[in-house]
Design a protein around this ligand. Structure first.
Ligand code: COS
Length: 386
């Protein structure tokens, strides 16, 4: 049983504690024995189940709910799902990231067209930002959207697109040329069945999930596909990432908590030199380090989430710190868990072996660790100027 004492930290309200308890029970019921062979089908089923049982409504605001996304809720859901099953966290998170630009910047028609479907699990969303020649350097995006009368025509490629191949719509960032660099990008919502959009390649990675390279060839969309204002694409991408980067840290935290849970089981069940592993001071040292990294990561994550929920205009630095620390710390925690499990730790499909594969990409996607350091350093340095 994972440590739940953090739920009594002052960042949380009673509704957060109630939700964490309900989701824990739901996860125990619904997330055992997830099939990792056909990840397309598994992710479709997970989106449908998460939608059916009301969890996806927290990925985008809508009727009867809070007006804004509650980042503490997003983070709590991601850490809980990640602790039970990485693919469930993936299915939830990508629905949020794909719907994010619509809920934050979309007009009423766009929100009405898509958000009820993403919230109920009836449409799968994807966020298409990275390109073969620009992952970290977003201002360098080469996909072009040229105006043609009342339409835009997109040409270019996007890669590492999660949900690529199973999504019903893609949020696509392309160059519209209002200005050079970051000020000349715009955001579009494009349906998967647009004839100008094809899946150029499906990509296999160490922790498999739906992932693809997309090709846009004379991909024609009406002006109504533009999300926010032309030229604001970079800011829309960054503001969306400001919300969701904290939740990547939360997923890493969920993986790390699971690694500690598995380690505690191992250290008490397994005997060595005539006593449980947990009696060895060297093992106790590892357990202390793991618990410390987990609490430090949780503090940074829920600080960033709480600041955003309290109405901070920008949490770029807090979100970058949360993502950077939590993903790097989780990698260390999981590596220690593998070590303490000995041979079992590297056995295919053992829980800690799965975690070891799952954590790696989180230090890369939605802003690699080095990018987070740039963001943090710029923020610290710019404070000197004011
Ligand atoms: N929210 C709102 N506006 C933002 C912002 C944010 N978080 N971050 C930057 N901006 C604005 C800046 O204020 C600036 O506006 P002005 O032109 O009006 O001054 C503009 O956007 C350009 O910002 P900046 O000069 O910082 O752009 P850079 O090209 O130097 O940005 C980094 C560099 C590395 C920070 C950025 O490209 C980045 O975060 N890259 C990683 C992207 C990523 O996560 N990729 C993974 C794909 S998603 S899986």
């Amino acid at each position: 049983m994972s440590d739940k004492s953090f739920l009594h930290w002052p960042f949380f309200e009673p509704r957060h504690r109630e939700l964490a308890e309900r989701l824990e029970a739901w996860s125990v019921q619904n997330l055992s024995g997830i099939d990792h062979h056909d990840t397309d089908q598994t992710c479709r089923s997970l989106v449908a189940a998460l939608g059916r049982d009301g969890w996806l409504k927290f990925t985008a605001p809508g009727e009867g709910d809070a007006e804004r996304i509650d980042v503490r809720t997003l983070a709590l859901i991601r850490e809980t799902l990640a602790r039970h099953a990485g693919l469930a966290d993936f299915a939830f998170a990508m629905q949020g990231l794909g719907a994010g630009p619509l809920s934050l910047f979309g007009n009423a028609e766009q929100r009405e067209a898509w958000l009820p479907k993403t919230r109920s699990g009836k449409a799968i969303a994807a966020f298409a930002l990275s390109e073969p020649a620009s992952g970290s350097d977003v201002a360098n995006i080469a996909t072009v959207a040229s105006r043609d009368g009342a339409n835009f025509v997109l040409d270019g490629e996007k890669t590492w697109i999660s949900n690529g191949g199973i999504a019903d719509f893609y949020i696509v960032f392309a160059r519209t040329g209002e200005a050079p660099g970051a000020r000349g990008l715009s955001t579009f919502v494009i349906e998967a069945d647009n004839p100008g959009l094809t899946i150029a390649e499906r990509l296999n990675v160490i922790a498999p999930h739906p992932l693809a390279r997309l090709r846009f060839e004379a991909c024609r969309v009406p002006a109504s596909a533009l999300v926010g204002r032309a030229g604001d694409g970079f800011k829309i991408a960054m503001a969306t990432l400001d919300v969701f980067r904290t939740s990547v840290g939360a997923a890493a935290l969920g993986f790390a908590r699971r690694a500690l849970d598995e380690t505690l089981k191992r250290a008490t069940d397994r005997h060595l030199f005539g006593a449980p592993l947990a009696d060895l001071q060297m093992v106790q040292g590892h357990i202390a380090d793991m618990a410390l990294e987990i609490d430090a990561a949780a503090l940074l994550i829920y600080r960033a989430a709480w600041a955003k929920d309290m109405g901070a205009a920008r949490v770029t630095r807090e979100a970058a710190m949360a993502k950077l620390f939590a993903t790097e710390a989780a990698q260390r925690v999981i590596d220690t868990a593998v070590q303490i499990h000995g041979g079992d730790g590297v056995r295919s499909c053992h829980p800690v072996e799965t975690l070891y594969r799952e954590i790696r990409a989180l230090r890369i996607y939605e802003g690699a660790s080095d990018v987070q350091k740039i963001v943090i350093a710029r923020s610290v340095l710019s404070a000197l100027e004011h």
